[in-house]
Design a protein around this ligand. Structure first.
Ligand SMILES: [Fe+2]
Length: 254
């Protein structure tokens, strides 16, 4: 009794743990072998089932990496191309030109990979990415250089985490190869963007890809409060169990 209640409490206090637990349960692969997917226009593939492929199981994380790289290509390629033409900053111009070219190459790589795996891809940027495009191209001169460098660098931080996850854990040989190459591209792009000298420290964190507020670490006060609440509920549960054990129901003879 004590253990399940504690587990429920921890899951309530730490939602990330409940997500992980849900994924561990892992619904049966309803779509195994059926490469059709419920495609969320913002979050990508939210189906947790693995697909069977000749290269090994294709997980939700694998599929979402392909989708997210495609989304990155859709906004970053054209925006960088525009910046390469517009900017008068030599560093920005050179980096934007390289990023634009490399996202064309990445897009070919994504297309070749999904042609084998059957993963459907988006054909337009997310609303958030469209807002980035509008913000960057709505500015001019050094303001545009600054916006492009910082927004693009921040976006790379998010996808870099997805790539690392797939590169580390995928069971699909094709995706391992894809993640390896994509990792090299994204790492290079982050380094190039930082070489412009325009990237501020506030752009060096992992941003949200869906427009939700950035996930921040809890403060010490919140951590202590969470731990104290967890301990309190554990103690109360223990006391309730002890009191329940002392209670002796009256027999019918009484
Ligand atoms: Fe990039």
């Amino acid at each position: 009794m004590l253990l399940p209640l504690s587990a429920v409490l921890l899951l309530l206090l730490f939602p990330a743990a409940s997500v992980a637990a849900g994924q561990e349960k892992g619904a049966a692969p309803e779509r195994a072998g059926q490469p059709a997917v419920d495609f969320d226009p913002v979050r990508g593939d939210d189906n947790t089932a693995d697909w069977d492929t000749p290269w090994g199981p294709l997980s939700q994380y694998d599929r979402n990496l392909l989708i997210n790289v495609r989304w990155a290509n859709l906004w970053e390629g054209p925006t960088s191309e525009q910046m390469a033409q517009r900017s008068t900053n030599p560093k920005v111009k050179a980096v934007a030109e390289q990023l634009s070219k490399e996202h064309h190459v990445l897009d070919v790589m994504v297309a070749e990979t999904v042609a084998k795996l059957g993963v459907p891809l988006p054909d337009s940027p997310t609303p958030l990415q469209q807002s980035w495009i509008d913000e960057i191209l709505g500015k001019s001169g050094s303001a545009a250089d600054d916006a492009w460098s910082n927004i693009t660098r921040e976006a790379h931080g998010s996808i870099f985490m997805s790539i690392a996850q797939v590169r580390t854990a995928t069971q699909n040989d094709l995706m391992r190869e894809f993640a390896q190459i994509a990792n090299e591209y994204v790492l290079r792009h982050m380094t190039l963007l930082e070489s412009t000298g325009l990237v501020r420290a506030s752009s060096l964190y992992v941003g949200s890809t869906d427009g939700a507020p950035h996930q921040i670490m809890p403060s010490w006060r919140e951590l202590v409060l969470g731990i104290a609440l967890a301990c309190l509920v554990v103690v109360l549960t223990f006391l309730a169990v002890r009191m329940g054990a002392r209670y002796e129901p009256r027999t019918a003879a009484e």
